[in-house]
Design a protein around this ligand. Structure first.
Ligand code: 5GP
Ligand code: MN
Length: 344
């Protein structure tokens, strides 16, 4: 099955093509890492551009090739032209076109290139002619590594590609600690280090990049944290005013929800973040064990993702959204408590 798909890709890539690589809106380390890794791999032979719906947080700006990315929100005409003229469009780290946001989705829906999906989220949509979809993989970056290897090109993984792939695996696995991290993941990482990825430097670039404002915002978030002991659930809220008070910049709240999940015995954690500009409350859901936040987010908050990490949104006010959450939460008490595995 994989062989047949790989052969189709080989055939397509045999001659020079116009290729666009598109990632999801609000790109994270895996979205940019996988897109740029594939970009570096393809760019010698093809006319290839990474198109991102919007800009990335500062902690990803150093990635090799980031400056070459065309951001649709900043250069709509240019990005649209690139997408319209592409023979092939790789869609990376998402599996439903709406994940690219309204403006990019509109363009992607009206064009007819060959779409190739590489993604590890659940329940993929059907827009792609060639679909590499595997929810057992830690990250799309891991899949891009396997994709290049399956094409017989492992020897083309250079320092730049290794750096991009390492970044996405590191960020999507919470630095190799989530259950999605497998022996295969570590074997890939070992090879990436051999190929020149500088693990200490990458970690430093991504993680030790805090502004004082971000630290103060984290302090506010922890101050707002509510623990619902009987439901083994913890949640955090951040209003637009609180974000403004600490000069919020894109990416500043990344990982905050994990502090709620790190409380002893908590198996379900949520952060609610007000975004007045978009007129929404953005939610991040995290769980430990079998309780599926993907299903929870899908059912109640117009979202989705993975079993243990998902996102969602609401167009109601912050207070109303939290109330709605608190209303449905008790229905999940049994599932949440069953998800609890005492530490050993
Ligand atoms: P985060 O909470 O970090 O934004 O997202 C966690 C995971 O859920 C990521 O893998 C992300 O791709 C996915 N995700 C976030 N928001 C949404 C959403 O609105 N819809 C879907 N289907 N997935 C989402
Ligand atoms: Mn990912």
């Amino acid at each position: 099955m994989i062989d047949e798909k790989i052969n189709r890709v080989k055939e397509i890539l045999q001659t020079k093509k116009k290729i666009a690589i598109v990632c999801h809106r609000n790109p994270d380390g895996d979205a940019y890492g996988s897109s740029l890794a594939l970009y570096h791999y393809l760019k010698d032979k093809h006319d290839v551009t990474v198109v991102s719906p919007n800009d990335c947080p500062n902690f990803l700006k150093w990635l090799p090739g980031e400056k070459d990315i065309v951001v649709l929100e900043k250069a709509e005409a240019k990005a649209t032209k690139i997408l319209e003229e592409s023979d092939v469009i790789f869609t990376l780290d998402f599996n439903a076109l709406h994940r690219t946001g309204d403006a990019t989705e509109k363009v992607l829906k009206k064009i007819k290139p060959t779409f190739i999906m590489i993604d590890h989220h659940q329940q993929p949509d059907d827009y792609a002619q060639i679909k590499f979809s595997d929810t057992s993989k830690s990250s799309t970056c891991e899949m891009v590594y396997d994709f290049i290897a399956d094409l017989g090109d492992s020897d083309k993984v250079n320092k730049e590609i290794a750096t991009c792939i390492y970044t996405g695996i590191m960020t999507d696995t919470g630095s190799f600690r989530f259950p999605s991290t497998t022996p295969h993941t570590h074997l890939i990482v070992a090879d990436l280090l051999k190929k020149g990825a500088d693990n200490a430097k990458i970690y430093n670039n991504v993680m030790d990049n805090n502004s004082l404002d971000r630290m103060k915002l984290l302090s506010k978030a922890l101050d707002n944290l509510v623990l619902l002991k009987e439901l083994k659930t913890a949640y955090i809220t951040l209003s637009q005013k609180e974000l403004n008070d600490f000069n919020f910049e894109k990416g500043d709240t990344e990982g905050f929800v994990n502090y709620a999940l790190s409380i002893k015995d908590v198996v379900f954690a949520v952060i609610f973040i007000e975004d007045k500009q978009q007129g929404i409350i953005k939610m991040s859901f995290r769980s430990k064990g079998q309780f599926s936040v993907n299903e929870f987010a899908r059912k109640h908050f117009n979202g989705g993702g993975h079993t243990n990490a998902a996102g969602g949104r609401s167009t109601k006010s912050l207070d109303k959204t939290v109330s709605e959450f608190l209303e449905v939460l008790p229905n999940y008490k049994t599932q949440i408590l069953n998800s609890y595995e005492p530490t050993f």
